[in-house]
Design a protein around this ligand. Structure first.
Ligand code: GLP
Length: 232
């Protein structure tokens, strides 16, 4: 695990440059991006690049279930608005299905494409990545996930109240995520310091799903000073 700590402004630029540099070297890269507050400014920086992203293929990591297809709060629509439309990315896939059996087809689609070359994750306050909530088994493929109250509280502002946050999401599984060849995870703010401490030093238990990334051979953790404040 490589850990890079800097100001939030600098990390936004460092991560955007790292993603653009990756695609400059591999123009047909298979990519996966997280939606959320953390990545907004990164995508704004990345949208300024003159690297050609038109030959990339993206696989969205997760989404809320039960929203209308054009609901702007859907992760797919957020990513389209904030990133894909600005970079001219058109080869876009999203996890679909109402059952785990349907959802698992997404893993086959990823495998058929040759696997994810680079994935950019955020992290939930309870250690979730995508919508892999605590106690998600490590060998999970894309599946339907019940959102925890912790996650609903975290997303209450986006939905105008915890009670409006969807009960379920669909998400790449931990196995799907860890099969990515290169993984970046970005976290900002004091509120994420505790879960980052658990990610870095915690035992690899399903209690902190992101801790599975400790074993990933090409995992880079990007933090601002506040999120890194509990790392010695
Ligand atoms: C959400 C998303 C994750 C995201 C995480 C952190 O639940 N499913 O993909 O990384 O929460 O979001 P934020 O960056 O807004 O803190």
């Amino acid at each position: 695990m490589k850990i890079i700590v800097d100001s939030r402004e600098n990390i936004d630029k460092i991560v955007a440059d790292a993603v653009a540099g990756f695609v400059a070297e591999k123009q047909d890269a298979k990519l996966a991006f997280a939606a959320g507050e953390t990545s907004k400014a990164i995508y704004s920086e990345l949208s300024k690049t003159d690297v050609n992203f038109k030959n990339t293929e993206v696989f969205n990591i997760c989404d809320y279930l039960g929203l209308a297809p054009d609901d702007e709060r859907k992760c797919a629509n957020t990513l389209e608005r904030e990133l894909y439309s600005k970079l001219g990315i058109e080869n876009i896939h999203s996890p679909e299905g109402e059952t785990d059996e349907d959802a698992e087809q997404y893993d086959k689609n990823i495998d058929d494409a040759g696997g994810i070359d680079l994935m950019l994750l955020g992290i939930g306050l309870n250690g979730h990545v995508g919508f892999n909530e605590p106690a998600t088994l490590y060998d999970t493929h894309t599946h339907i996930a019940r959102l925890t109250d912790n996650t609903k509280r975290m997303k209450a502002e986006l939905f105008g109240g915890e009670e409006n946050v969807p009960d379920f999401g669909i998400t790449m599984g931990l196995k799907t995520i860890c099969n990515a060849k290169n993984v970046f995870l970005v976290a900002y703010g004091e509120e994420k310091a505790e879960i980052i401490h658990k990610l870095v030093y915690g035992k690899t238990s399903t209690y902190v799903p992101a801790a599975m990334l400790q074993m990933h051979m090409s995992f880079t953790l990007y933090l601002d000073e506040a999120a890194a404040s509990k790392l010695n």
